[in-house]
Design a binder for this molecule. Structure first.
Ligand code: SF4
Length: 754
């Protein structure tokens, strides 16, 4: 427990946090050290405890106070007969290779526990032991020191003093933050009606400790409408933090803009960005011998942290960079250090939802009370499936074949042989199975063990490991971790064409469930979460999840929706559809010249429609999306949509121009959607359909229909961006007249059959 106020004015801190704060010094060192897994760590601790005598007690809960600080934790072991307290650490490789700053931290923890025990049992001296347990050789290295209670008390006092000033400042910060948020005015005159409904739902979910799924159309103001009520809930819910999680960088920017607009005093906002976006020395490695910003990182961290806490600016990528440069520390790892001290953290989904998510792990370890906001939540199902899938390619093995140390050859060759054999044995280019072949799992387990040991030895001898082998090791480890989760929510794929095998996740619900349970409250929102029950089931949200459908702030008069019942864009009808499609587009353009987007189902279809349109209507300006456009090309494409401009941009539905594109007013006055958006019928999607059907029923709906219509609605959402906009949408397929499809379209649309 930390960052919690047990009683007014008392700050509770875990021994580990206290020591990390006050005793961590030296370089940042993220050189690969093949460290034991969590399971190996637990087994190591049990092995040490099992080797001790009857007088040994494990997991001894201890606590003590210093001024306003309450320090708590569990010592690994205590032998009453010997009067010896033990701190146990598991490791791989040679003990001497454990970095000095790690050992210093371990001693600090051991000595704090030693003092807490001396105080509890009124001892005058105690033996302090640091036990290093090698998980491979199972050897124990025992480092012993004898300390008087007086020495330990002084040590404890010194590190508490280092922390307490910060803790007091933190306590003051929290109270100022809560007060400032409680009295924070809304930045505009008032919330408009739909935004009020949305914001109230978020607030009720937060105070009722519930999960909320809110479908709220474009224009409701969801970013501000979700953040504002949570700031109000900070005090009432005794929240430690709010996580604002996004699918894309654009969502992050909008959240930061909204927080800027709110300009809440005493609110620390932290933006988490990917390492390659924050790194100052991409050509270097993250350790003191390579990167100057890693050298002495922990020596300079306290000053950087103090500057950050004194700053009134949000800890955005830019401000953190300036701050990090002032203090000569790495901006990327500084942002990770600041997670502990931030109030609102804005970052990608993966920080909370993936297998090794940092924010989720810290929430659980530190018992934080957090409220989670999930922006553009319709993306979370697919993103989660990707997070919980894994792939192993023959190509990942090949570069290492020639340079491989002899000791690895046998296990490496065996794994590669098994991989090739199981692929070759398939009669189809693509096959799916309900199990992971045992031979493959066994070969991978063995190779991971050998490779892990090899990398540990390499690290011992050279101080580093070869990045290529490391990469393979990480791929294997990920595959192994996902394979441990394997059950009916996954299937196994043999892909001969790409010479790879995959563990594919179908339904991420069981993996996400504990993540939702660990949060005090969660709000997932998007313009397209229809039907909400599908998201509740796919994501593993609790049964008592609240579902809200917020009205659109726009009126049906603003958007004319024409449904063309005499056209089919089914694959077999595409050639025949070209004439009517292009003719309708040209007619609409002549009736109201301006900027339009035309959405097609694939690049092939796009090419056909575009070519036909260009030939038949050479006087109407048109431009098209190309495959794999660069950032500059994308900007140039969108720059053609000028207010007062004229022309049609042809794009692929579900591509980069279907979502997150904001072209208000005359920059976009209409859209032609010549597809139902259904994913391609192929073996993979058919497998997904079958398996989803087995798990949830309605396989076709979950895999084809819902994602398809969701893309259509997102695309159409580009047209009306404000109450002043007027526009037209053409739904160009007879299937849009079907009741099941119409039910999934926004209720405020008034469909006109043409
Ligand atoms: S600046 Fe880059 S290389 Fe240096 S420690 Fe940070 S992330 Fe690593």
């Amino acid at each position: 427990v930390e960052n919690h106020f047990v009683t007014a004015g008392v700050y509770t801190v875990a021994v580990r946090t206290l020591c990390e704060f006050a005793a961590k010094r030296g370089d940042l060192d993220l050189r690969f050290t093949p460290s034991p897994s969590a399971q190996e760590g637990i087994e190591g601790h049990l092995a040490v405890a099992a080797s001790r005598t009857d007088h040994y007690a494990s997991e001894v809960s201890l606590s003590g106070t210093y001024q306003t600080l309450l320090v708590r934790g569990r010592a690994d072991g205590y032998n009453k007969a010997l009067k010896r307290i033990e701190e146990v650490k598991t490791h791989r490789g040679r003990v001497e290779k454990i970095p000095a700053n790690h050992t210093a931290l371990h001693w600090a923890q051991a000595k704090v526990y030693a003092w807490l025990l001396c105080e509890r049992d009124e001892l005058t001296s105690i033996e302090v032991a640091l036990v290093y347990f090698n998980v491979d050789s199972r050897e124990q290295t025992l480092l012993l020191e004898q300390h008087s209670a007086q020495d330990l008390r002084e040590f404890f006092t010194s590190i508490c003093n280092a922390f307490i000033e910060w803790a007091q400042q933190e306590a003051a910060h929290r109270s100022a933050r809560n007060q400032a948020c409680a009295t924070l005015p809304f930045p505009f005159e008032q919330l408009h009606a739909e935004q009020r409904v949305f914001a109230q739902s978020v607030y009720r979910a937060a105070t009722g400790q519930r999960c909320l799924v809110a479908q709220a159309p474009t224009g409701v103001g969801k970013t501000l409408g979700s953040l504002f009520p949570l700031l109000k809930a900070f005090e009432k819910q005794a929240l430690d933090k709010v996580f604002y999680l996004t699918a894309k960088t654009s969502g992050r920017a909008m959240a930061l803009d909204a927080l800027y607009l709110l300009s809440a005093k005493h609110l620390r906002t932290l933006e988490l960005v990917a390492r390659d976006k924050a790194c100052e020395h991409p050509d270097k490695e993250c350790h003191g011998d390579s990167c100057p910003l890693a050298k002495g990182f922990y020596d300079r961290l306290p000053a950087a942290r103090a500057s950050a806490s004194a700053s009134t600016l949000p800890w955005s990528k830019e401000t953190l960079r300036t701050l990090a440069m002032e203090h000569q520390v790495c901006p990327y790892y500084l942002s990770h250090e600041l997670v502990r001290w931030a109030d609102i953290i804005v970052g990608d989904y993966n920080y909370y939802f993936d297998l090794s998510a940092m924010l989720y792990a810290q929430t659980v370890n530190n018992n934080w009370r957090v409220s989670v906001l999930v922006d553009e939540a319709h993306n979370l199902v697919d993103r989660s499936r990707a997070m919980y899938s894994a792939q192993l390619e023959v190509a990942s093995f090949l570069p290492h074949k020639q340079t491989l140390p002899k000791r690895l050859k046998k296990d490496f060759d065996r794994a590669l042989r098994v991989l090739r054999r199981i692929l070759k044995e398939q009669t189809q280019a693509y096959e799916a199975a309900n199990e992971i072949p045992d031979a493959l799992s066994n070969a991978i387990d063995t190779l991971i063990a050998t490779l892990g040991k090899e990398l540990a030895d390499e690290h011992d001898q050279l101080g580093s490991t070869r990045p290529g082998l490391q990469q393979l090791f990480f791929e294997l480890l990920h595959f192994q971790k996902i394979s441990l989760l394997f059950d009916t929510h996954f299937f196994f794929e043999f892909d001969q064409a790409n010479a790879c095998v995959r563990i594919r996740n179908v339904l991420p619900a069981p993996m996400l469930k504990p993540r939702f349970e660990s949060a005090d409250s969660v709000a997932l929102f998007s313009a397209t979460l229809n039907p909400a029950s599908a998201y509740v089931k796919n994501l593993g949200l609790p049964d008592n999840t609240v579902v809200v459908d917020v009205d659109s702030p726009f009126s049906s008069e603003q958007l004319q929706v024409n449904v063309m019942r005499n056209i089919s864009t089914r694959y077999k009808d595409r050639q025949a559809s070209l004439q009517l499609l292009t003719q309708t587009m040209a007619q609409q353009f002549h009736a109201r010249p301006g900027n339009y987007l035309a959405f097609l189902s694939s690049f092939d279809y796009l090419s056909q429609v575009y070519a036909r349109f260009h030939t038949e209507h050479p006087n109407i300006p048109c431009w098209r999306q190309e495959r794999a456009m660069s950032e500059t090309e994308r900007s140039a494409f969108l720059d053609r949509f000028k207010a007062g401009g004229q022309g049609i941009g042809f794009v692929v539905l579900g591509g980069v121009f279907s979502e997150g594109v904001d072209l208000p007013g005359e920059r976009l006055i209409g859209a032609f959607i010549a597809t139902l958006g259904l994913p391609q019928v192929n073996e993979l999607n058919e497998q997904m359909k079958q398996r989803m059907h087995n798990l949830l029923g309605d396989g076709y709906e979950h895999v084809y229909l819902y994602p398809g219509i969701q893309k259509v609605v997102q695309a159409a959402g580009r047209v009306i961006r404000s109450k002043e906009d007027q526009g037209v949408v053409y739904l160009m397929d007879d299937r849009f007249t079907q009741a099941q499809v119409r039910e999934l379209l926004p209720p405020w649309w008034q469909l006109k059959l043409v």
